[in-house]
Design a binder for this molecule. Sequence first.
Ligand code: APR
Length: 250
Amino acid sequence: MTSLADRLSDFNLDVDSLVVVLTGAGISAESGVPTFRGKDGLWKTYRAQDLATPEAFERDPKTVWEWYDYRRQIVATKRPNPAHVALAELDEKIPHFQLITQNVDGLHLEAGARRVIELHGNLFRVRCTAEGTVFEDREVPLKEIPPHCRCGALLRPDVVWFGEPIPHDLLERSFEACRHASLMLVVGTSAVVQPAASMPLLARQAGAPVVEINPEETPITPFADISLRGRAGEIVPELATSLLDVLGVG
Ligand code: APR
């Protein structure tokens, strides 16, 4: 059985390689943050279209905020797990690195990662519906539901809802990274929500080997060069150690 380092060294990587990582809810599952589509996923107990859409917010901002306040309360009690910490270490040590996350729990930032693109926003950022200003808000639980800006307008969660576009600059930066990737790691995503789901294939078509970490098969699996069936908290730290070794930045 060839070691993970042996398999990674087949990719001819070096210190100048660009390592791109795409993460989904699965990387936070071991921190206790519920996923969306797993057996006890959030979308099983809540209907996305009732809560995570501009129409739902327009119709009933109080209920939408009650749900986000609930999610903020859950996430506020969770900590980064070894997978988040290992990716933060890669960010610190690898010269050319880009982490792209679909998660809104902020755990990558809390683990110390800095080169992070939060495609779908962050639960602890709010946006004024009148002025568009965005600011951090970690008040848990919220004292006022729905919360208002100092200008008097409603505040909304600074997250991307179904039917809303991902900010263009975040998309451009993400696609650019995938097009120039020397290696693409895909951790804990069901790869069913676009445009994130297309990013690993974009990287692969640009010549980057794809390594997937997920207990289950996904649409990425058929073209992944390496598919590691297991939990992120166990696999990512080992993968990070092997990768730093192979890149010569250990
Ligand atoms: N380690 C790694 N992967 C895991 C773990 C774990 N411990 N536990 C579960 N997974 C995997 C599941 O097998 C699944 O493939 O994580 C994935 C979670 O999939 P989803 O719940 O669909 O989450 P995600 O892929 O991030 O969803 C994408 O959909 O609803 C929108 O905006 C939401 O960002 C989210 C997007």
